[in-house]
Design a protein around this ligand. Structure first.
Ligand code: B12
Ligand code: SF4
Length: 559
């Protein structure tokens, strides 16, 4: 049967979607045909709703599958409503509309109550979607396929129904997690991967494992585990949540990818927690090195899960960046609000251990957390300054529906509902309200975090750049709302100037690089700008390295 996927990936990062690629590979392996309509403004021309309708009429799929995260969900509903209207106008029968992905998984009842979907997929759906498609192909209107919420007897209502009206649909239990050792290579060809890779300057996402043992309140994993635990009626360790692709299969996939696409400069392992199992991480790193894959890579790690042997194996295999969730510098907030049980010492030691092995460290931060005091926000700045981390990515906290953090934020009265619905991207503004003064401070902090951190580095070690950045931070802090609104658009230009002056003076600092929310340590970005391997440069002490780099930068300017 023909299955048309729709990825309403609007107003967000462009890209590839591992879930859709995996679903498509499984369907194709079973003899079905798939196509994708990928909606992203970075991949113009963006197909219009009419284009999508034409594709449906001309290609004649037997089912249409939407995949969405939360911020893409409203766009998906709008498209689905359009298709229903269009089909009615032309008197055509619309194939079943199926939706899956993170958002439907988190709030399946709400999604079903929308009244627009025929089937709502929950959790990992490789086996489930195949089963559903085969039943639809046989002319059935199934309502008993695991992982799906489906209308009783296929009787979808004409309009939205209250979520409590669940007597109208069947909420089937989830099936087992798919076995990654048996899944085919993801269907990269579903996407225009070459174009995406070119646009992403050679960054290419891979997945070597699924699952994570932690229960951070802002992440989907606690909800997934609870659902599988309740519905499969097994203790959590027996659910088999953490799975990985066998190293040989992964290497085969990487070699296929390298032979097929040009210009791949860095692989990003998108696994939730690449270093979770030391034997797995070492086996992958060793297989990567032994296969002589000459492409640097990036992994997600965890402050409590970086075995020294893993750090060493990763460094030797060509790992360039090791990402760590830090989120808040306040141990209280980490514990009570985020359920991240780690001390400041754990964070400092892991950063140090990684950098010692030539791994550039990258920290995820969330600014504007509920229940965080003003002083605790400054603790984040100080922890970063103290750690000397390689880079950090600052996001404004956004509580995703269905997570514990959403419940907490709601309970504390922090959420502005109209903002929550409006936001398509949480890098630009927050949907939480802390009062106008604190909201202003949070915006300044999120925008100028590299300046804040640089200005406090001399609290922990000799750091001449702190004196250079401090007056700017003071100036920013003194601005009222109007002054800040006028100054904010100039921040990146000012940052360039400041960074240039600090580099000329060989002063270690953080600068806004790559995008508006990334602060990068100067020894790394200067090495990169000059085509010097940071890993090699890292062998020298930082002051020597900076002097070399500043000299080289000055020479470049003269030329
Ligand atoms: C890799 C990743 C990325 C990658 C690639 C994103 C992608 N779309 O694939 C990049 C770096 C680009 C990225 C960016 C972002 N991400 Co991200 N990302 C992840 C991560 C770590 C893994 C996703 C993954 O590949 N999982 C494995 C695959 C196999 O699972 P899957 O995609 O969910 O698909 C399965 C099911 O959902 C289902 N399914 C999926 N589609 C469909 C369709 C149908 C019809 C059916 C039946 C089933 C179905 O079956 C699939 C196969 O098992 C997740 C965390 C996680 N564990 O999921 C966060 C996560 C998805 N990201 C998240 C966020 C917030 C973002 C950003 C908004 C961050 C930002 N501020 O920019 C952007 C959004 C970009 C975008 N539009 O995708 C959140 C989403 C939360 C939410 N409620 O929406 C997550 C869940 C992390 C979290 N905080 O909990 N991300
Ligand atoms: S460690 Fe990362 S992936 Fe695991 S639950 Fe926490 S946020 Fe999610």
């Amino acid at each position: 049967m023909r299955v048309l996927f729709v990825y309403p990936n609007l107003y967000t990062q462009m890209g590839f979607n591992h879930g859709l690629a995996s679903l498509s590979a499984v369907l194709k392996q079973a003899g079905h045909e798939t196509r994708l309509v990928n909606l992203n403004e970075n991949l113009p021309p963006v197909p219009t709703h009419e284009d999508l309708w034409r594709e449906i009429v001309e290609w004649g799929p037997g089912a249409i599958g939407f995949s969405c995260l939360t911020q893409q969900y409203r766009a998906a509903v709008e498209i689905a409503r359009f298709l229903r209207r269009r089909a009615a106008e032309e008197g055509r029968e619309l194939p079943p509309l199926v939706v899956g992905g993170v958002h439907p998984t988190m709030v399946p009842e709400e999604t079903m109550a929308e009244g627009v979907w025929d089937h709502v997929g929950v959790g990992e759906c490789e086996d489930a979607l195949l089963a559903l498609i085969e039943r639809i192909e046989r002319g059935e209107r199934p309502s008993d396929v695991p992982n799906f919420l489906s209308w009783k007897d296929g009787a979808r209502p004409e309009r939205e129904v209250a979520p409590v009206a669940s007597d109208r649909w069947i909420h089937n239990k989830v099936g087992e997690f798919p076995n990654l050792a048996e899944l085919p290579i993801p269907d990269y060809e579903l996407f225009d991967v070459q174009r995406i890779t070119d646009q992403k300057h050679g960054w290419f996402g891979l997945l070597s494992s699924r699952g994570c043992p932690y229960r951070c309140t802002y992440c989907l994993n606690h909800k997934i585990v609870d659902r599988y635990h309740d519905e499969l009626e097994r203790p959590v360790p027996d659910l088999g949540f953490f799975r990985y692709r066998p190293p040989a299969k992964l290497v085969e996939e990487i070699q296929w990818v390298l032979a097929r696409y040009r210009g791949i400069g860095t692989f990003i392992f998108d696994d939730d927690l690449f270093t979770q199992s030391a034997p797995h991480a070492i086996a992958i790193a060793d297989a990567y090195r032994e296969a002589k894959i000459d492409v640097p890579f990036v992994v997600n790690s965890h402050v409590k899960r970086l075995d020294p042997r893993v750090a060493k194996a990763l460094g030797e295999a060509g790992c360039k960046i090791l990402k760590l969730g830090i989120e808040s510098g306040s141990p209280r907030v980490r514990k009570e609000v985020l359920q991240r049980f780690m001390t400041d010492t754990d964070i400092l030691k892991t950063v140090e251990a990684a950098e010692k092995n030539g791994l550039h460290t990258s920290g995820f931060l969330m600014v504007g957390l509920p229940y965080e005091t003003h002083e605790e926000r400054w603790q984040t700045v100080d922890l970063l300054a103290k750690s000397g981390i390689g880079r950090f990515r600052t996001s404004l906290f956004f509580p995703f529906p269905g997570t514990e953090s959403h419940r907490l934020a709601l309970q504390g009265g922090y959420i502005r509902p109209e903002q929550e619905l409006k936001l398509t991207d949480f890098t630009e503004s927050s949907c939480l309200d802390f009062g106008s003064e604190e909201n202003l401070f949070i915006d300044k902090l999120a925008t100028c975090m590299p300046w804040f951190v640089t200005s406090r580095m001399d609290r922990f070690r000799a750091a001449p750049a702190s004196a250079r950045y401090r007056p700017w931070v003071e100036q920013v802090l003194a601005m009222d709302e109007t002054e800040w609104a006028a100054f904010k658009p100039t921040v990146r230009d000012v940052d360039r100037e400041l960074a240039l002056e600090a580099s000329r003076a060989a002063e270690l600092h953080y600068s806004i690089r790559y995008n508006a929310f990334m602060g990068v340590r100067s020894d790394f970005y200067l090495a990169e700008e000059q085509g010097i391997e940071w890993n090699t440069a890292a062998a020298k002490p930082i002051p020597d390295r900076l002097r070399d780099l500043a000299l080289a930068a000055a020479a470049d300017e003269v030329c």
